[in-house]
Design a protein around this ligand. Structure first.
Ligand SMILES: [Zn+2]
Ligand SMILES: [Zn+2]
Length: 377
Protein backbone atom coordinates (compact mmCIF):
# COMPACT_ATOMS: atom_id res chain seq x y z
CA UNK A 1 0.00 0.00 0.00
CA UNK A 2 1.43 3.33 -1.01
CA UNK A 3 1.81 5.99 1.62
CA UNK A 4 -0.53 8.93 1.59
CA UNK A 5 0.89 12.37 1.33
CA UNK A 6 1.45 13.89 4.79
CA UNK A 7 -0.32 17.12 3.88
CA UNK A 8 -3.25 15.13 2.64
CA UNK A 9 -3.32 13.10 5.85
CA UNK A 10 -3.60 16.24 7.95
CA UNK A 11 -5.93 17.91 5.46
CA UNK A 12 -3.75 21.00 5.02
CA UNK A 13 -2.00 22.62 2.08
CA UNK A 14 1.70 22.84 1.36
CA UNK A 15 1.99 26.38 2.74
CA UNK A 16 0.34 25.55 6.07
CA UNK A 17 1.88 27.31 9.06
CA UNK A 18 3.06 25.48 12.15
CA UNK A 19 -0.08 26.65 13.88
CA UNK A 20 -2.22 25.11 11.12
CA UNK A 21 -0.33 21.85 11.43
CA UNK A 22 -0.86 21.74 15.19
CA UNK A 23 -4.51 22.59 14.83
CA UNK A 24 -5.09 19.89 12.25
CA UNK A 25 -3.26 17.36 14.39
CA UNK A 26 -5.25 18.20 17.51
CA UNK A 27 -8.47 17.81 15.62
CA UNK A 28 -7.55 14.46 14.14
CA UNK A 29 -5.97 13.17 17.34
CA UNK A 30 -9.18 13.88 19.12
CA UNK A 31 -11.02 11.88 16.53
CA UNK A 32 -8.73 8.89 16.16
CA UNK A 33 -6.70 8.49 19.32
CA UNK A 34 -7.23 4.89 20.49
CA UNK A 35 -7.90 6.14 24.03
CA UNK A 36 -10.82 8.11 22.71
CA UNK A 37 -12.07 6.20 19.73
CA UNK A 38 -12.65 2.64 20.84
CA UNK A 39 -15.37 1.79 18.35
CA UNK A 40 -13.60 2.27 15.06
CA UNK A 41 -11.15 -0.61 14.49
CA UNK A 42 -9.34 1.52 11.93
CA UNK A 43 -8.88 4.43 14.30
CA UNK A 44 -5.58 3.07 15.53
CA UNK A 45 -4.12 2.91 12.04
CA UNK A 46 -5.47 6.30 11.19
CA UNK A 47 -4.02 7.79 14.33
CA UNK A 48 -0.65 6.22 13.57
CA UNK A 49 -0.71 7.84 10.15
CA UNK A 50 -1.77 11.21 11.52
CA UNK A 51 0.92 11.15 14.17
CA UNK A 52 3.62 10.30 11.67
CA UNK A 53 2.51 13.10 9.37
CA UNK A 54 2.45 15.53 12.25
CA UNK A 55 5.87 14.57 13.57
CA UNK A 56 7.41 15.07 10.17
CA UNK A 57 5.72 18.32 9.23
CA UNK A 58 6.04 19.87 12.66
CA UNK A 59 9.84 19.50 12.49
CA UNK A 60 11.33 22.13 10.20
CA UNK A 61 14.23 19.96 9.09
CA UNK A 62 12.13 16.89 8.47
CA UNK A 63 9.51 18.96 6.69
CA UNK A 64 12.08 20.49 4.35
CA UNK A 65 13.41 17.06 3.61
CA UNK A 66 9.97 15.68 3.00
CA UNK A 67 9.04 18.58 0.72
CA UNK A 68 12.14 17.83 -1.34
CA UNK A 69 12.15 14.04 -1.42
CA UNK A 70 8.71 12.91 -0.32
CA UNK A 71 8.36 9.39 1.03
CA UNK A 72 11.04 8.13 -1.31
CA UNK A 73 14.03 9.67 0.44
CA UNK A 74 16.18 6.67 1.31
CA UNK A 75 17.97 8.52 4.11
CA UNK A 76 14.79 9.16 6.01
CA UNK A 77 13.54 5.60 6.06
CA UNK A 78 10.04 6.62 6.92
CA UNK A 79 8.66 3.58 5.15
CA UNK A 80 9.32 1.43 8.17
CA UNK A 81 7.44 3.67 10.47
CA UNK A 82 10.56 4.79 12.21
CA UNK A 83 10.28 7.49 14.79
CA UNK A 84 7.10 6.43 16.43
CA UNK A 85 7.67 3.20 18.19
CA UNK A 86 5.72 2.35 21.28
CA UNK A 87 8.03 4.20 23.63
CA UNK A 88 7.23 7.66 22.35
CA UNK A 89 3.63 7.01 21.61
CA UNK A 90 2.01 9.22 24.20
CA UNK A 91 -1.29 8.70 25.93
CA UNK A 92 -4.24 10.79 25.02
CA UNK A 93 -3.52 12.84 28.11
CA UNK A 94 -0.38 14.19 26.46
CA UNK A 95 -2.34 15.44 23.48
CA UNK A 96 -4.97 16.70 25.83
CA UNK A 97 -2.21 18.74 27.51
CA UNK A 98 -1.44 20.25 24.14
CA UNK A 99 -5.05 21.37 23.73
CA UNK A 100 -4.98 23.33 26.93
CA UNK A 101 -1.43 24.52 27.07
CA UNK A 102 -0.27 21.78 29.39
CA UNK A 103 -2.69 22.76 32.14
CA UNK A 104 -3.77 19.24 32.91
CA UNK A 105 -0.26 17.96 33.24
CA UNK A 106 0.62 20.44 35.94
CA UNK A 107 0.86 18.16 38.90
CA UNK A 108 -0.50 19.88 41.90
CA UNK A 109 1.41 18.89 44.99
CA UNK A 110 -1.32 17.96 47.48
CA UNK A 111 1.03 18.84 50.33
CA UNK A 112 1.77 22.37 49.16
CA UNK A 113 0.33 25.16 51.33
CA UNK A 114 -2.91 26.53 49.92
CA UNK A 115 -4.72 29.71 50.81
CA UNK A 116 -8.24 29.40 52.21
CA UNK A 117 -11.27 30.67 50.30
CA UNK A 118 -12.43 34.29 50.51
CA UNK A 119 -15.78 34.99 52.13
CA UNK A 120 -18.32 37.72 51.54
CA UNK A 121 -20.71 39.22 54.03
CA UNK A 122 -23.36 41.81 53.24
CA UNK A 123 -23.97 44.34 56.01
CA UNK A 124 -27.10 46.46 55.93
CA UNK A 125 -26.66 49.94 57.38
CA UNK A 126 -28.98 52.76 58.33
CA UNK A 127 -28.42 55.96 56.37
CA UNK A 128 -26.81 57.63 59.39
CA UNK A 129 -24.63 54.59 60.18
CA UNK A 130 -23.15 54.82 56.70
CA UNK A 131 -22.59 58.54 57.12
CA UNK A 132 -20.92 58.36 60.52
CA UNK A 133 -19.52 54.82 60.56
CA UNK A 134 -19.97 52.35 63.37
CA UNK A 135 -18.35 49.46 65.16
CA UNK A 136 -20.16 46.20 65.41
CA UNK A 137 -19.71 42.46 65.77
CA UNK A 138 -20.79 40.07 63.07
CA UNK A 139 -21.03 36.27 63.12
CA UNK A 140 -19.47 34.50 60.17
CA UNK A 141 -19.86 30.77 59.56
CA UNK A 142 -16.44 29.67 58.39
CA UNK A 143 -13.93 26.86 58.45
CA UNK A 144 -11.11 27.17 60.91
CA UNK A 145 -8.03 25.14 61.51
CA UNK A 146 -8.84 22.44 64.08
CA UNK A 147 -7.19 23.39 67.36
CA UNK A 148 -6.98 19.80 68.59
CA UNK A 149 -4.78 18.55 65.74
CA UNK A 150 -3.54 21.93 64.45
CA UNK A 151 -4.87 21.06 61.02
CA UNK A 152 -3.11 17.72 60.55
CA UNK A 153 -6.31 15.71 60.98
CA UNK A 154 -4.45 13.11 63.06
CA UNK A 155 -5.13 12.25 66.67
CA UNK A 156 -2.81 14.20 69.00
CA UNK A 157 0.41 12.23 69.44
CA UNK A 158 0.11 10.62 66.00
CA UNK A 159 1.02 11.94 62.57
CA UNK A 160 -0.40 11.47 59.10
CA UNK A 161 1.73 9.08 57.07
CA UNK A 162 2.79 9.56 53.51
CA UNK A 163 0.59 7.44 51.27
CA UNK A 164 2.65 4.43 50.22
CA UNK A 165 0.62 3.90 47.07
CA UNK A 166 1.31 7.25 45.44
CA UNK A 167 4.39 8.24 47.40
CA UNK A 168 2.63 11.36 48.63
CA UNK A 169 1.89 12.80 45.21
CA UNK A 170 -1.82 12.08 45.44
CA UNK A 171 -1.76 10.67 41.93
CA UNK A 172 -1.31 7.20 40.56
CA UNK A 173 0.02 6.22 37.16
CA UNK A 174 -2.30 3.75 35.53
CA UNK A 175 -0.64 1.76 32.80
CA UNK A 176 -2.45 0.38 29.84
CA UNK A 177 -1.07 -1.84 27.13
CA UNK A 178 -2.00 -1.01 23.58
CA UNK A 179 -0.72 -2.24 20.22
CA UNK A 180 1.72 0.68 20.34
CA UNK A 181 3.08 0.02 23.76
CA UNK A 182 2.27 1.31 27.17
CA UNK A 183 -0.03 4.24 27.71
CA UNK A 184 0.35 5.83 31.09
CA UNK A 185 -2.48 7.87 32.52
CA UNK A 186 -2.45 9.74 35.80
CA UNK A 187 -5.38 9.30 38.12
CA UNK A 188 -6.20 10.61 41.56
CA UNK A 189 -4.89 8.15 44.14
CA UNK A 190 -7.93 6.44 45.60
CA UNK A 191 -6.06 5.23 48.66
CA UNK A 192 -5.55 8.76 49.96
CA UNK A 193 -8.20 10.59 47.87
CA UNK A 194 -5.47 12.70 46.35
CA UNK A 195 -4.20 14.10 49.63
CA UNK A 196 -0.95 12.13 49.54
CA UNK A 197 -1.43 11.27 53.20
CA UNK A 198 -2.99 8.44 55.16
CA UNK A 199 -4.34 9.22 58.59
CA UNK A 200 -4.49 6.03 60.63
CA UNK A 201 -5.92 7.58 63.79
CA UNK A 202 -8.20 10.44 63.00
CA UNK A 203 -8.59 13.48 65.23
CA UNK A 204 -11.85 13.19 67.15
CA UNK A 205 -12.63 16.88 66.93
CA UNK A 206 -12.51 17.31 63.16
CA UNK A 207 -12.82 13.68 62.03
CA UNK A 208 -9.58 13.93 60.05
CA UNK A 209 -10.43 17.06 58.05
CA UNK A 210 -8.05 19.28 59.97
CA UNK A 211 -10.74 21.96 59.86
CA UNK A 212 -13.89 22.64 61.82
CA UNK A 213 -16.96 24.71 60.97
CA UNK A 214 -17.50 27.52 63.44
CA UNK A 215 -19.53 30.68 63.85
CA UNK A 216 -16.80 33.19 64.31
CA UNK A 217 -17.54 36.57 65.86
CA UNK A 218 -15.63 39.30 64.09
CA UNK A 219 -15.39 42.94 65.09
CA UNK A 220 -16.00 45.25 62.15
CA UNK A 221 -15.24 48.97 62.00
CA UNK A 222 -17.47 50.56 59.39
CA UNK A 223 -15.66 53.66 58.11
CA UNK A 224 -17.62 56.92 58.07
CA UNK A 225 -18.89 57.81 54.60
CA UNK A 226 -19.27 54.35 53.06
CA UNK A 227 -21.65 54.26 50.13
CA UNK A 228 -23.91 51.63 48.62
CA UNK A 229 -21.99 48.62 47.28
CA UNK A 230 -18.64 49.62 48.74
CA UNK A 231 -16.71 46.99 50.61
CA UNK A 232 -13.89 46.55 53.06
CA UNK A 233 -11.48 43.65 53.16
CA UNK A 234 -10.60 41.98 56.42
CA UNK A 235 -7.39 40.25 55.57
CA UNK A 236 -7.04 36.68 56.87
CA UNK A 237 -10.65 36.46 58.13
CA UNK A 238 -11.83 34.07 55.42
CA UNK A 239 -11.71 30.27 55.42
CA UNK A 240 -8.68 28.53 56.90
CA UNK A 241 -5.89 27.55 54.52
CA UNK A 242 -4.61 24.00 53.97
CA UNK A 243 -1.20 22.54 54.79
CA UNK A 244 -0.21 25.65 56.70
CA UNK A 245 -1.32 28.03 53.93
CA UNK A 246 -2.77 31.43 54.89
CA UNK A 247 -6.47 31.96 55.49
CA UNK A 248 -8.57 33.70 52.85
CA UNK A 249 -9.99 37.20 53.23
CA UNK A 250 -13.39 38.38 54.36
CA UNK A 251 -15.10 41.03 52.26
CA UNK A 252 -17.81 43.05 53.98
CA UNK A 253 -20.10 44.66 51.40
CA UNK A 254 -22.35 47.52 52.51
CA UNK A 255 -25.98 47.93 51.65
CA UNK A 256 -27.55 51.18 52.81
CA UNK A 257 -31.23 51.50 53.70
CA UNK A 258 -33.13 54.42 52.21
CA UNK A 259 -33.89 57.35 54.51
CA UNK A 260 -37.38 58.77 54.87
CA UNK A 261 -36.22 62.34 54.39
CA UNK A 262 -32.70 62.35 52.93
CA UNK A 263 -31.36 61.06 49.68
CA UNK A 264 -27.73 60.63 48.84
CA UNK A 265 -25.56 61.10 45.78
CA UNK A 266 -21.90 60.49 46.54
CA UNK A 267 -21.06 62.65 49.54
CA UNK A 268 -23.94 65.08 48.95
CA UNK A 269 -27.27 64.82 50.74
CA UNK A 270 -30.55 65.94 49.15
CA UNK A 271 -33.91 66.79 50.66
CA UNK A 272 -37.10 68.58 49.76
CA UNK A 273 -38.94 70.92 52.15
CA UNK A 274 -42.63 71.74 51.72
CA UNK A 275 -43.45 75.45 52.09
CA UNK A 276 -46.72 77.30 51.97
CA UNK A 277 -47.49 79.95 49.39
CA UNK A 278 -47.36 82.59 52.13
CA UNK A 279 -43.90 81.45 53.25
CA UNK A 280 -42.34 81.77 49.81
CA UNK A 281 -44.29 84.91 48.92
CA UNK A 282 -43.41 86.80 52.10
CA UNK A 283 -40.14 85.11 52.97
CA UNK A 284 -39.44 83.13 56.12
CA UNK A 285 -36.78 81.54 58.23
CA UNK A 286 -37.22 77.80 58.56
CA UNK A 287 -35.45 74.95 60.32
CA UNK A 288 -34.09 72.21 58.06
CA UNK A 289 -33.09 68.81 59.44
CA UNK A 290 -29.52 67.80 58.61
CA UNK A 291 -27.37 64.85 59.66
CA UNK A 292 -25.89 67.20 62.25
CA UNK A 293 -29.12 68.50 63.74
CA UNK A 294 -31.46 71.30 62.69
CA UNK A 295 -30.07 74.23 60.75
CA UNK A 296 -31.77 77.63 60.17
CA UNK A 297 -32.39 78.49 56.53
CA UNK A 298 -33.56 81.91 55.31
CA UNK A 299 -36.20 81.76 52.58
CA UNK A 300 -36.17 85.05 50.69
CA UNK A 301 -39.49 86.67 49.74
CA UNK A 302 -40.54 85.64 46.23
CA UNK A 303 -38.84 82.24 46.26
CA UNK A 304 -40.15 80.00 43.47
CA UNK A 305 -41.04 76.39 43.88
CA UNK A 306 -38.11 74.18 42.84
CA UNK A 307 -35.53 76.70 44.10
CA UNK A 308 -32.57 74.96 45.62
CA UNK A 309 -30.37 76.03 48.51
CA UNK A 310 -27.03 74.64 49.50
CA UNK A 311 -25.98 73.99 53.08
CA UNK A 312 -22.23 73.84 52.74
CA UNK A 313 -20.45 71.07 54.61
CA UNK A 314 -23.69 69.47 55.84
CA UNK A 315 -23.24 66.44 53.59
CA UNK A 316 -21.32 63.24 54.26
CA UNK A 317 -17.66 63.04 55.15
CA UNK A 318 -15.73 61.50 52.27
CA UNK A 319 -14.83 57.91 53.09
CA UNK A 320 -11.26 58.43 51.82
CA UNK A 321 -10.86 61.69 53.69
CA UNK A 322 -11.31 64.02 50.72
CA UNK A 323 -13.40 66.68 52.40
CA UNK A 324 -17.10 66.70 53.04
CA UNK A 325 -20.26 66.91 50.94
CA UNK A 326 -23.05 69.50 51.09
CA UNK A 327 -26.76 69.28 51.77
CA UNK A 328 -29.03 70.46 48.98
CA UNK A 329 -32.47 71.71 49.96
CA UNK A 330 -35.18 71.99 47.31
CA UNK A 331 -38.27 74.09 48.00
CA UNK A 332 -41.64 72.61 47.13
CA UNK A 333 -44.56 75.03 47.38
CA UNK A 334 -47.62 73.16 48.53
CA UNK A 335 -50.97 74.35 47.29
CA UNK A 336 -53.60 74.06 50.02
CA UNK A 337 -56.23 71.45 49.21
CA UNK A 338 -58.83 72.69 51.66
CA UNK A 339 -59.43 76.29 52.55
CA UNK A 340 -61.40 77.73 55.43
CA UNK A 341 -63.99 80.39 54.58
CA UNK A 342 -61.66 83.08 55.84
CA UNK A 343 -58.75 81.79 53.75
CA UNK A 344 -60.89 81.58 50.65
CA UNK A 345 -61.99 85.16 51.24
CA UNK A 346 -58.37 86.34 51.54
CA UNK A 347 -57.24 84.47 48.43
CA UNK A 348 -60.13 85.98 46.43
CA UNK A 349 -59.14 89.39 47.64
CA UNK A 350 -55.55 88.66 46.65
CA UNK A 351 -56.65 87.51 43.23
CA UNK A 352 -58.62 90.72 42.72
CA UNK A 353 -55.61 92.86 43.63
CA UNK A 354 -53.13 91.03 41.42
CA UNK A 355 -55.65 90.99 38.55
CA UNK A 356 -54.97 87.39 37.67
CA UNK A 357 -57.26 84.52 38.47
CA UNK A 358 -55.64 82.68 41.32
CA UNK A 359 -55.82 79.35 39.58
CA UNK A 360 -53.61 80.74 36.87
CA UNK A 361 -51.00 81.91 39.34
CA UNK A 362 -50.62 78.33 40.44
CA UNK A 363 -50.89 76.96 36.95
CA UNK A 364 -48.05 79.23 35.89
CA UNK A 365 -45.82 77.57 38.47
CA UNK A 366 -46.71 73.98 37.86
CA UNK A 367 -48.04 73.56 34.38
CA UNK A 368 -46.77 76.25 32.04
CA UNK A 369 -43.40 74.55 31.70
CA UNK A 370 -45.06 71.24 30.98
CA UNK A 371 -47.29 72.88 28.39
CA UNK A 372 -44.33 74.53 26.74
CA UNK A 373 -42.47 71.24 26.63
CA UNK A 374 -45.27 69.48 24.79
CA UNK A 375 -46.42 72.28 22.51
CA UNK A 376 -43.94 73.57 20.00
CA UNK A 377 -46.15 76.54 19.10
ZN1 LIG B 1 -8.57 17.91 64.28
ZN1 LIG C 1 -2.13 8.10 47.76
Amino acid sequence: MSKRDYYEVLGIDKNASKEDIKKAYRKLARKYHPDVNKDDPQATDKFKEVKEAYETLNNDQKRAHYDQFGHTDPNQGFGGGQGFDGADFGGFGDIFDMFFGGGSSRRRDPNAPRQGADLQYTMTLEFEEAAFGKETDIKIPREETCETCHGSGAKPGTHPETCSHCGGSGQLNVEQNTPFGRIVNRRVCHYCQGTGKIIKEKCNTCGGDGKVKTNKTIHVKVPAGVDEGQQIRLSGQGEAGSNGGPAGDLFVVFHIKPHKFFERDGDDVFCTVPLSFAQVALGDEIEVPTLYGKVKLKIPAGTQTGTHFRLKGKGIKNVRGYGQGDQHVTVNVVTPKQLSDRERELFRELADISGTPLTEIHNENFFSKVKRAFKAD
